[in-house]
Design a binder for this molecule. Structure first.
Ligand code: FAD
Length: 106
């Protein structure tokens, strides 16, 4: 089984990658589905503390689903909130596309 750290790392990878490939101009249905996806992902996330904590964060700060850029930045901010809570360094969100979509130039 995955421990909490492995589950977290793998989950963030999936979530940031999904955000990185979300459409720049999503339809209304895609936007609604993304709100539902985040809520359901959180609901079934198999770490109870994490799930409860993230559910509150989602209520306070609902997914910005208007565009690819907005969603990727929103998720980066949410992940940073969790980083701060856990005493981890914050990630500079201007590098989110390089990290999760385009890769780094040499
Ligand atoms: P991770 O935080 O898993 O990050 C993985 C990689 O993502 C990093 O190496 C970095 O390259 C990149 N990254 C880091 N920050 C960002 C960012 N802001 N934007 C984009 N990319 C970034 N653990 C708990 O103990 N308590 C909790 O309440 C908790 N809640 C969680 C809620 C959710 C929704 C998820 C997915 C995970 C949660 N976790 C929680 C797990 C925790 O966030 C980490 O995943 C885990 O501690 C492993 O951390 P890590 O140092 O390997 O890096």
């Amino acid at each position: 089984p995955l421990d909490r750290q492995q589950l977290g790392r793998n989950s963030w990878s999936v979530l940031h990658t999904i955000a990185a490939y979300y459409p720049e101009k999503p339809t209304v249905d895609q936007q609604k589905d993304m709100v539902k996806f985040m809520a359901l992902f959180t609901k079934f996330y198999p770490c109870e503390d994490c799930s409860e904590d993230f559910k509150e964060r989602l209520t306070a700060n609902p997914p910005a689903t208007q565009s690819n850029t907005k969603l990727a930045q929103w998720l980066c901010k949410m992940h940073n909130e969790v980083n701060v809570k856990l005493g981890k360094p914050e990630f500079d969100c201007k590098f989110v596309d390089q990290r999760w979509r385009n890769g780094w130039e040499d």
